[in-house]
Design a protein around this ligand. Sequence first.
Ligand SMILES: [Zn+2]
Ligand SMILES: [Zn+2]
Length: 447
Amino acid sequence: MNEASPPGRRGRGGVRGQGRNGRAPALAGAASRGRCRSRGRREPMSGPMPPAPARGRARATLPSPGEKRAAAAPRRAAAARIRGSEARRSEVEGASHSRPVRFIRPSATPTGREMKEAARDSLPVERRKQEGQIWGSMRRTGFILGSGLLMFVAFWNSVTWHLQRFWGASGYFWQAQWEKLFHAFEGKEWILFYLGATLIPTLCFWGFNALLLVVDTTGKPNFIARYRIQEGKNDPVDPGKLRQAVRLVLFNQLAISFPMVIALYPCLRWRGNPCRLELPTFHWFLLELTIFTLIEEVMFYYSHRLIHHPLLYKHIHKRHHEWTAPIGVVSLYAHPVEHVLSNMLPVILGPLVMNSHLSSITVWFSLALIVTTISHCGYHLPFLPSPEFHDYHHLKFNQCYGVLGVLDHLHGTDAAFKQTKAYERHVLLLNFTPLSESIPDSPKKKE
Ligand SMILES: [Zn+2]
Ligand SMILES: [Zn+2]
């Protein structure tokens, strides 16, 4: 019967074999394997049984070689009949079950479409597994992100609630003080404005710098001097150089800053009234500070890069860079053009845009002067913003142009800085160990 079978049928047997042995493990998966196994067990029961294929009977009566040959012929015939009946049964099964027909359908070798369909059949198991994994990881990520976000919101609400409570409680105090001042200077608010916008910030600047100058000129107290960023520099500071710096700083403040703030008042009056009776709310004040900081960052970064242009640098900005290891007071040591362009305008513009109250302006100007002093002071002190960024600018000239560092990151002007120890130390120091000790220079650099 085998010999009589047309090549197509032999081919079909081969294809089926491949279908079971080749596809089943790889594509059909456990379900099709199970189906194949169960059908395999049923096979001997369905076709006509050969006389003595069972082992039990073979062991009971040992046949002679002649009997064996005689028995072999019907067995071969029976095997052929089994294959034939299997093919027919498969066709019958194919009528009731849609899946098996794809493997055994009498259509020669499987087409590309059949392969695709078979692959699609086998995919759900794998896909379900993958989907399960993806869904599981999504749930985990969602849980972590969600709980993290919840904790952050709870923490932030708690902080702002306490601050607002403090502000609300003390706000009445400040509101009452402001009203007293307001009524004392009623009709002459411009005096209040000049006191608040020039005198208080200037006192903050010189008060803080006076403390730093003690360390710069004497090297004492040691517990501050040991936080020096550029070791061995300004230890002590050159008195002649310091006098020259202080002279220019005073000139800038008296001849440029004060006139600019005087000119600011009519501009603010044109926008509204900076000396209005009601103080801003805490949240509005926070928003103003954020916007002031962003405006300053943008304006300072680009004006600073502009004066680093070779045509302008030697005439204007070189003066500020005479101090490769800066000290606090040097923050305002600049050519008058630079003082207007990079020091004053970026700070003044914010209150003008926001039509700010004098209280916000006073706090902002004082903060701006203290922050620029810190970034030039040359000491990385605990619990104060890191001065490493601008200190590195004074050391290397062509890196770290901004204040926050956001635009330097975007423009890649901090790429070299990011490779340094100074970058590793550019963090808020939250203990009393100087960062030059906890993150020492590499031995090569020390030599
Ligand atoms: Zn500087
Ligand atoms: Zn510069």
